[in-house]
Design a protein around this ligand. Structure first.
Ligand SMILES: NC(=O)c1ccc[n+]([C@@H]2O[C@H](COP(=O)([O-])OP(=O)(O)OC[C@H]3O[C@@H](n4cnc5c(N)ncnc54)[C@H](OP(=O)(O)O)[C@@H]3O)[C@@H](O)[C@H]2O)c1
Length: 259
């Protein structure tokens, strides 16, 4: 995808997992990559990996729930590279709890990161895309933006909201050269999935491997998705040639959800 070379890409939550894979994939396309997250050491590690491949990278510590952090991120990116052209809202959390046992704190945290975090970034980075008549917003949602499972009411609500935001912004930007889409992965082979599998294992008196195997078995392809597979679809949506795709939710889930 040669048209991604030189593009200014912001990936939130790029210190590990899916966000890291997306940042590395854009780096390999010679995009100028901005990576963010809250953990300075992990950010520096990802930045060093990107630099070692010859990519141009800016690493900036940023908690997406904090609007002033996002504003100082914008200023730093514009000083170094210019306006963000591709925004990947990937930062997310997924703590699980049955609804009646769930604390208000858990609900608030999930909404603050998964919904308000994406809102803060869209609010900050969309206007210059419209001014430039070109832009891409890609929200990393989940299959639970389309369906729900027990024990994840906050997460499922937040990802349905992510899809709602995707569709609403796609409608508002349809004539501006900007596209807004969601990528909806199933269970991906990341730390987040291992943490959830660990919780599941403790609840069921299983080993971590048994819990991971159970999650993999819920996928028709009988496997976890790799972060690079999510990155591939993100690159595709960012490409010039995907300009006709907007307001869509694209599953990367081995056939788990077909609605
Ligand atoms: N793994 C899956 O099975 C799966 C499936 C469907 C969708 N997803 C979605 O994909 C995205 C990434 O998931 P993952 O599996 O890669 O998760 P992960 O390994 O837990 O990584 C999450 C990333 O988000 C960052 N983050 C969390 N809170 C943040 C905040 N307030 N501000 C900025 N960054 C923050 C973390 O960095 P710091 O901790 O350094 O801030 C980390 O880089 C999430 O939106 C998740 O909901 C994951």
């Amino acid at each position: 995808m040669k048209d991604l070379a030189g593009r200014i890409v912001l990936v939130t939550g790029a210190t590990r997992g899916i966000g890291k894979a997306i940042a590395l994939a854009f780096g390999a396309e010679q995009s100028r990559v901005v990576i963010t997250g809250r953990t300075a050491a992990a950010l520096e590690e990802v930045a060093a990996t990107l630099r070692s491949t010859g990519a141009e990278v800016l690493a900036h510590q940023c908690d997406v729930t904090q609007k002033p952090h996002v504003e100082s991120l914008r200023q730093e990116i514009e000083k170094r590279f210019g306006a963000v052209q591709i925004l990947v809202n990937n930062a997310g959390v997924a703590p699980a709890a049955d609804f009646l046992e769930m604390t208000d704190k858990l609900w608030d945290e999930v909404m603050r990161v998964n919904v308000n975090g994406a809102y803060n970034c869209c609010k900050t980075f969309l206007a210059p895309m419209i001014d430039a008549h070109w832009g891409r917003i890609i929200n990393i949602a989940s299959t639970v933006a389309r369906v729900a499972y027990p024990g994840i009411a906050a997460y499922a609500t937040s990802k349905h909201a992510s899809l709602g935001l995707t569709r609403a912004l796609a409608m508002e930007t349809a004539r501006s050269g900007v596209t807004v889409n969601a990528v909806c992965p199933g269970y991906v082979n990341t730390e987040l999935t291992r943490e959830n599998a660990q919780r599941l294992a403790e609840k069921r008196g299983q080993s971590l491997d048994q819990a991971l195997a159970m999650l993999a078995a819920s996928c028709p392809q009988r496997r976890l998705i790799e972060p690079e597979e999510v990155a591939y679809v993100t690159l595709m949506l960012a490409s010039d040639r995907a300009r006709g795709i907007t307001g869509q939710a694209i599953q990367v889930d081995g056939g788990a959800v077909m609605a």
